[in-house]
Ligand binder design. Sequence first.
Ligand code: MUC
Ligand code: MG
Length: 374
Amino acid sequence: MAAITLDSVETLLVDLPTIRAHQLAMAVMQRQTMVIVRVRGSDGIEGIGEATTIGGLAYGEESPEGMKLAIDTYLAPALIGEDPTNINAAMRRLDKIARGNRCAKSALETALLDAQGKRLGVPVSTLLGGAVRSSLPVLWTLASGDTARDIDEAQALLEARRHNTFKLKVGRRAVADDVRHVAEIKRALGDRARVTVDVNQAWNEADAAVAIAKLEDAGVDLIEQPIARDNRAGMARLAARFVVPIMADEAVCTPEDALELARLGAADVLALKIAKSGGLTGVARVAAVGDAAGMALYGGTMLEGSVGSIASAHAFCALPTMAWGTELFGPLLLKDDIVTTPPTFTDFVMHVPPGPGLGIVLDEEKLAFYRRKD
Ligand code: MUC
Ligand code: MG
């Protein structure tokens, strides 16, 4: 049999509207932009992947437009003509020719894994060593910007048994207003729901100390990235000072980041994201460091659509520990989808498709409609 080579890599920018404005400390999202990648081998097998970030350049160093350019100009040419079945070799080649660019690399690794899963007739999680769970708890983020509306949203989702943990986005308003907002929501939901907050680096250490003390009293379960990602010493002081766990998000991308956070005692929990870690195998390496250091793990999202969320789900299903569940609700935040069978969410969990590869198929009509034309 002739050796298989990678014949083509196609990238598309896709813009999907959100169901409501999603307000984060650094951006208000009315839509999500994803880079959809399609790879095709000489055996005719195709794989798909997604690279996504939040708020253009507001969250990380890569923008969707920049990811497309990096893939088209640098990353894809390094893979074309090479063996698409050896994913470790492909990723090593990418790491040699391009520093960083982890969101873009994640989309390519996802697409190679999807194709290889289809080739072998097994799910991506099997390629990663095997799933140890087939469903994942998924929380919902309350981020309408309005306390009463957030409470109504949470009550309805609890009632529908879709989510029983809610993450509140804070950091846009004055600290006292944020604390009041969170405490009011926690009071309304009581013991029926867990409440976490994500500050997206917006507070300084002194504000964080005041706010976390009050949030702890209000019954909040987890504090995500309260201060600047580079202020690891400050995170260590907060982690030592409070009982409520401190989670690193923006502060942890690579295994080296995880190691340094562990060394400093700067986080109790790590938010894992395939996009931050350069793909599914990269996220497993970060998780291994977290595990070894006794840090708890959480399955994070870059608010990906169905392709990226399901790719993340395959990676998270294969991890030995996942103490804090996940936030893979991205497809539910979007008004429409570009896959024929979006993932299902019932009884507070996401069900991971069992089919080969990612287990999903692109909806060509929707893709043609939502793809950026210029
Ligand atoms: C983040 O920083 O965690 C994840 C959920 C959400 O609402 O925003 C993201 C980004
Ligand atoms: Mg976060």
